[in-house]
Design a protein around this ligand. Sequence first.
Ligand SMILES: *Cc1c(COP(=O)(O)O)cnc(C)c1O
Length: 226
Amino acid sequence: MAELSTRLDSVKENIERAARAARRDPAGVDLVAVSKTHPPEVIREALDAGQSLFGESRVQEARAKLPLLPARAHWHFIGHLQKNKMRQALPLFELFHGVDSLESAREMNRVAKEMGLYPRVLLQVNLAGESSKFGFSPDGLRRELEEILTLDRVQVDGLMTIPPAAPEAEASRRCFAGLWELRDELQAAFGVPLKHLSMGMTQDYTVAVEEGATLVRVGTAIFGPR
Ligand SMILES: *Cc1c(COP(=O)(O)O)cnc(C)c1O
């Protein structure tokens, strides 16, 4: 397998190419390098190759790894956040990609208030209606966004989705386009900016960029198999 820095460069090139093909500014897409399961040495290699934004999906693992890495690394939480892990997770991450229920948003707000924090979040939408996945249904979000926007600590910066696993990247396109449409609809209906769309993984990140992703979460293509 090629060097990490070579793989990282090729992911960045693919993002740039997809953005230009869609007449988007490549600077409007941030790469979240998903470093879950990989040890600090490997993450340091990515840092040295110029990557500064990383995604982790387990709180325990992040608590062990983050203190071992330089402060120039920035961290996003990309997984499902259990209620009993919020207190530990809140101080570690700059953005929480997967707030997936009203209850979870309320609980995060409560804990954030106690800790004096203002967490930034993306709301996870389960567009395909898969019962195995976390997230708001589009209708659920239409109903519940108003209350979420009244929470005084949690700051909603956009939406996130994980499409059904499929062998072809193209299979995710409808889901990504659907997230974009839902974002536009909610922005108009609630009069709030929902700047970020977190969508696309190793399998389908170029399609996600074509459909408006502002954050892509790529692990395997950078770090190799887990
Ligand atoms: C693990 C993970 C990724 C990265 O997946 P790859 O296929 O390795 O790129 C992206 N998003 C979420 C939510 C993940 O859990």
